[in-house]
Design a protein around this ligand. Structure first.
Ligand code: AOF
Ligand code: ZN
Length: 363
């Protein structure tokens, strides 16, 4: 199918609008909608917030309810929904407003929709075309597509390192020593926006004990993910560790489910922490599937430290890898894992730091 310049122009705009929801729509997709007639823009809208109005609702709310839309086209970056979820079906709304023509970038992989939105529109007499800027739309919502088509969560792995490959200037920092900042404020903001796009954040027990991190999105819009701490059955907590009640959401201690760790689980539970006992070997596909099932998290950010990152790399657990690199060599310290052999997909400057992103959409 070849698309007219006008179609591409309006769909490009709809994708731009969709992106505005990047910190606030997860676990919903980012969706944008433009209503146009020829080269005249009539209305535009986007899905702003999970649980609130969909893109089509927000776009059509801009228009006089009596306006004749039979000659107009709705450009939507995702197939209009056919289910009643937190809002009524968008396909029905487009029909009731008399839209004559609908152009869609990608079909909705959500089994509750999956073609039924388009069917409703066609059944009502609207002409529909699918696939305008489809690759761009699929890329924009890759985590959503992954979650709808896989049992494992979308996993982003992230670490910061010096140019000579160290994650920490200390080789073996003591418990409660505090974090060692490698990169600067712009990188921290990037990290926090990344956190807002995930619903859980996994760190190792060692990172938690040494850094005592807050694991929030305080420098960015969007909600903080749920902290998950991977342990091997330890029960030590640093003197200055946050009490369970100090966290916005109680962190979950993810333990191996051996009988030896039962006592450790009980100790943590008594201290107010949630626990999840896992049977599978860490970060294998079955382990990830259990984690998702147990906690309902569709996107997990793996943030530390070296050991956890190494497991995520060796199990090929990641969909996206973000490596922030500072300018200043450290000379010695805790070695960062080796970078993937394949070239990175994207590069971005974060203040003085250099961010490289690897993408692996099929996992
Ligand atoms: C649309 N337009 O802007 C979005 C859609 O929980 P709900 O009710 O918000 O429904 C979420 C599902 O609706 C989501 O999984 C996806 O299938 C679809 N999202 N559909 O027509 C939108 N955000
Ligand atoms: Zn909808």
């Amino acid at each position: 199918m070849t698309w007219s310049a006008q179609d591409v122009c309006w769909m490009t705009r709809a994708l731009e609008l969709a992106l505005r929801g990047r910190f606030t729509t997860w676990p919903n997709p980012m969706v944008g909608c433009v209503v146009a007639q020829g080269d005249s823009l009539l209305a535009e809208g986007w899905h702003r917030q999970h649980g609130e109005g969909h893109a089509e609702v927000n776009a059509l709310a801009q228009l006089d309810p009596d306006l004749d839309l039979s000659q107009a086209t709705a450009y939507v970056t995702l197939e209009p929904c056919s289910h009643t979820g937190k809002t009524p079906p968008c396909a029905d709304l487009l029909v009731s407003r008399g839209l004559g023509h609908v152009v869609v970038a990608m079909m909705d992989p959500n089994p509750l929709v999956a073609g039924q939105g388009l069917e409703r529109l066609q059944h009502a007499g609207a002409t529909c075309e699918v696939g305008c800027l489809e690759q761009e739309a699929l890329k924009l919502n890759a985590p959503f597509v992954h979650c709808m088509t896989s049992r494992t969560p979308w996993v982003t792995l992230k670490w910061a390192q010096s140019p000579d490959g160290f994650m920490d200037g200390r080789t073996s920092p003591a418990v409660s020593a505090g974090g060692w900042a490698i990169t600067g404020a712009a990188s921290r903001r990037w990290t926090h926006t990344l956190r807002a796009r995930h619903d859980a954040l996994l760190v190792g027990m060692r990172t938690w004990l040494v850094d005592n991190p807050s694991l929030t999105t305080r420098d960015a819009p969007g909600p903080s993910p749920r902290p998950l701490i991977l342990t091997h059955g330890q029960t030590t907590r640093p003197a200055n560790a946050k009490a369970a009640s100090d966290w916005a959401d109680v962190p979950v201690l993810v333990h191996p489910a051996s009988s030896a760790s039962q006592q450790a689980l009980d100790t943590w539970r008594r201290a107010g922490y949630d626990t999840l006992a896992m049977n599978q070997s860490p970060m294998t596909p079955a382990w990830w599937a259990d984690l998702r099932k147990g906690l309902g998290c569709g996107a997990v950010l793996v943030e530390g430290g070296a050991q956890i990152a190494q497991i995520a790399l060796s199990t090929s657990s990641w969909n996206e890898l973000h490596v922030l690199q500072s300018l200043k060599p450290l000379g010695k310290g805790l070695a960062a894992p080796s970078l993937p052999a394949e070239p990175h997909a994207r590069r971005k400057q974060c203040g003085q730091d250099d961010l490289r992103i690897w993408e692996q959409t099929v996992r």
